[in-house]
Design a protein around this ligand. Structure first.
Ligand code: IPM
Ligand code: MG
Length: 331
């Protein structure tokens, strides 16, 4: 799917790709987008449409984006380390509604364009309930922040009233409401305050890229998209075509997406092992070029290391050998 599918078939999401996805329990997705479409507003067909159609076809209404930081990478963030310690929040982004999927229209004289933002109560309820259920897990801080623009937008006011109603069923959960402009500021100023962040499609797209700055690189963050059966797991970043063929892209967002996929399949120990493997590569500075432009490792080396760590079931002797051997292969 995406640009290559447009080149081959004219369609960013060919029917056989949708069918292949429908025959799976879960889909691990790479990244989408191609620069040849970025500055061509006249393009009628775009790679991203494939992803949007796939989200719609699989009814993936909930996009879950965990944001945390690694102490070893605090120096990469433009924020001070003291602001980053203990940052651990999860964005619940609505994924199949709002301005992304409303009617789009360009007038015949091309002087007026319209994108409608539409939400129904049931669309808001289903993701809000997932967020509340998640927030009440014992390991969470029992707090939800709804990000909206209720001072301006009718859809946001609907979000607020639906969330207020559901909040009555969860008296033990603290619910806060933030306007998106204020939230954009707070994510940078005091990111520790967040636990579960609930928001609509477009705001979630924007604040999740912003939140990736906390972890140090957009290449690190995974996501899970859930709906009515088949889950889709993808890094939050788009395509990185400048890296094509160079073996330098950061694989961590994708690998952690695979960990979320394992969790989805109830393989929780395996998922944890993948996360431990990633943490181990980062702690030992086996990082890609976006993280360390001088002492970096190739994407495939990091992938092999993660695979070795998992195959050896995290035995420290195997890891020690790996470290020595891998350090000798440093680029
Ligand atoms: C994301 C991406 C997509 C989105 C693009 C590629 C259509 O930015 O998953 O955040 O806007 O949803
Ligand atoms: Mg995005």
């Amino acid at each position: 799917m995406g640009a290559i599918a447009i080149d081959k078939t004219g369609n960013p999401l060919p029917q056989e790709t949708i069918e292949a996805c429908f025959n799976c329990d879960a889909v691990l997705f790479g990244a989408i987008g191609h620069p040849k479409y970025d500055n061509n507003p006249a393009a009628k067909v775009r790679p991203e449409q494939g992803l949007l159609q796939l989200r719609k076809a699989l009814q993936l209404f909930a996009n879950i984006r965990p944001v945390n930081t690694y102490t070893a990478l605090h120096h990469l963030s433009p924020l001070k380390a003291k602001l980053l310690q203990d940052v651990d929040f999860v964005i619940f982004r609505e994924l199949t509604g709002g301005i992304y999927f409303g009617n789009k229209y360009l007038s015949e004289d091309a002087l007026t364009a319209v994108d409608e933002c539409v939400y129904t109560v049931s669309e808001i309820e289903r993701i809000a309930r997932l967020a509340f259920q998640y927030a009440e897990k014992p390991e969470r801080k029992q707090k939800i922040t709804l990000i909206d623009k209720a001072n301006v937008l009718e859809t946001s006011r609907l979000w607020r009233s639906v969330v207020q109603n559901i909040a009555n069923e969860y008296p033990h959960i603290t619910v806060e409401y933030l306007y998106v402009d204020n939230a954009a500021m707070q994510i940078i100023q005091n990111p520790k305050q967040f636990d579960v962040v609930l928001t609509e499609n477009m705001f979630g797209d924007i604040i999740s890229d912003e939140a990736s700055v906390l972890s140090g690189s957009l290449g690190l963050l995974p996501s899970a998209s859930l709906g009515s059966g088949i889950g889709l797991f993808e890094p939050i970043h788009g395509s990185y075509t400048q890296a094509a063929g160079k073996d330098i892209a950061n694989p961590v967002g994708s690998i952690l997406s695979a960990a979320m996929l394992l969790d989805y399949l109830q393989l929780h120990n395996e998922a944890q092992l993948v996360r431990d493997a990633v943490a181990w590569t980062i702690d030992n500075k086996f990082v890609s070029k976006d993280i360390d432009a001088i002492n970096f490792y190739f994407t495939s080396t990091i992938g092999d290391l993660v695979a070795d760590f998992i195959a050896n079931n995290n035995t420290s002797s195997a890891n020690a050998q790996n470290i020595e051997w891998r350090k000798s292969t440093i680029i």
